[in-house]
Design a protein around this ligand. Structure first.
Ligand code: ATP
Length: 271
């Protein structure tokens, strides 16, 4: 066999395996399997070139499927391009986050969030768990702090009318890297959520290995964003449990701060 063909087959198999390795969810894997099978079929009939009409039809179907997938997965494709463009191929290949939280960070974050919630002070904390977030990933990278996490510091940052309270706090490697960070907004739920919550959705739908804690100024409710989904309202014990899962330790019992539920939250759509 021609060596070029052998290299071609090996490259095609490696590339397909790589794509499958990057997609962990069941349904997208099935869709991709169907799409790749179609491409293999098209290649087969084009190679022998004896059925010109069938070739044309299969080409048309592939074009249609490619366009449909581009529309269906536009968010994922954009994220993929962003990661490739910024040279972070390792994040695409990594299936598990490896920048884990430590228990002290979980305690400090939970306590600060609970106290901010009780005093109805709006807050947004992004926790980078291996996405290796960089200044270019934000609309505004904010002010670098590189400080040890403490409840007092978090409470201080989110005091209204101070320069840093607007925007998010970024936590990386169990330290506060920066504050006043302006995150990209999500386009989902535009008339359901305010900008603070849309910012939490925006960053977590672009980067899988990061989570957000949101404290609503309006209601005092706590929310937790992960993979572009928002869980709210949650109690601080639930928050501790969610964060503890990122450490890998079972949660310890703490005094629960019940979420305040407003009728507007139950009835949903917000203007
Ligand atoms: N893109 C962003 N990145 C980070 N923080 C943001 C962003 N947009 C808005 N915020 C923060 O959210 C605040 C405004 O919150 P807004 O009331 O619009 O949203 P919300 O989701 O309704 O929150 P809340 O329930 O606290 O009112 C701003 O003062 C700012 O601190």
């Amino acid at each position: 066999m021609d060596l070029r063909y052998l290299i071609d087959y090996l490259l095609a198999i490696s590339f397909s395996t790589l794509i499958f390795a990057c997609i962990s969810e069941g349904r997208p894997r099935l869709v991709l399997r169907g799409y790749l099978s179609l491409i293999a079929f098209a290649w087969f009939i084009e190679t022998y070139n004896i059925y010109p009409l069938t070739t044309k039809i299969v080409d048309g179907v592939i074009l249609f499927c490619s366009l449909s997938l581009a529309i269906l997965w536009q968010g994922d494709l954009r994220r993929l391009m962003e990661l490739l463009g910024t040279g972070r191929v390792d994040i695409i290949l990594r299936s598990h986050h490896n920048d884990e939280l430590n228990t002290s960070t979980v305690d400090q974050l939970t306590e600060a969030a609970g106290r901010l919630s009780q005093s109805r002070r709006g807050a947004l904390v992004v926790i980078d768990l291996g996405s290796n977030l960089r200044p270019e990933d934000f609309l505004n990278p904010g002010i670098p702090l590189d400080a040890q996490i403490s409840v007092d510091l978090l409470l201080n940052v989110f005091v209204t009318d101070t320069p840093l309270h607007d925007g998010a706090v970024l936590v990386q490697n169990n330290r506060i890297r920066s504050a006043g960070v302006i995150l990209p907004l999500s386009h989902q739920g535009l008339n359901r959520y305010g900008t603070r919550h849309l910012a939490a959705l925006g960053i977590t739908e672009r980067f899988n290995h990061c989570v957000c804690i949101v404290v609503s100024e309006e209601t005092g409710n706590l929310s937790f964003a992960k993979e572009g989904k928002l869980e709210r309202p949650i109690t601080s014990s639930r928050l501790q449990m969610l964060l503890s899962r990122l450490v890998g330790n079972p949660p310890r019992k703490i005094t629960s701060v019940p979420p305040r539920k407003l009728l507007s939250d139950i009835l949903e759509p917000r203007a």
